[in-house]
Design a protein around this ligand. Sequence first.
Ligand code: CA
Length: 227
Amino acid sequence: MSAKILIVEDEPAIQELLAFNVVQAGFRALRAEDAESAWLQIKQDLPDLILLDWMLPNTSGPLLARQFRSDARTSNIPIIMLTARGEEHDKILGLESGADDYITKPFSPRELMARIRAMLRRHTPAIPDETIAMGGLELSPVSHRVRANDINIELGPTEFRLLYFFMSHAERVYSRSQLLNHVWGTQAFIEERTVDVHIRRLRKALEAAGKDHLIQTVRGSGYRFSV
Ligand code: CA
């Protein structure tokens, strides 16, 4: 079955262009023009990926991304943010709100489709099904759950992959570019500093269970998971 892409975009011409390209690329396009219709679509048919416009009527893309991340139905769905803004600050803000990737308008449909494919590949990985337990954390690849001290830790899909990688490669230091290769894949169009944003999000999520110290910064080298 082909992957379903939910397009949340209020400008009809851009929504049309996106849907056209999504269908051309062999995916199914679900459409919404605001937050309300996005939730309606999600209720009817859960998408595999969300393309989310930055500026929406009555809300913003980053705000909606936060809501997607905090809802159990949508917390694992990768989000690509679309925006007319290209400033570094907005980029970071978009990622911090829960987006997994970011593309600036006007975008090349080819690049966007390549990013969608890369993102879908990353999120349908061959992950073995044994639970990994380490440092008081329990990660179950099958149920996509992380628990510590009887607390469920809510993670977005990228943070989950990142933590999974760290836990299966504990006590080793990885540079940002190595993490990009292992966690995002060599097809990723992501800048190295994006890694820092996701590390920050991961630590923040682990903080709820007092486990953020497990992700260590190694100055001048990168990051390490250490118990
Ligand atoms: Ca818009």
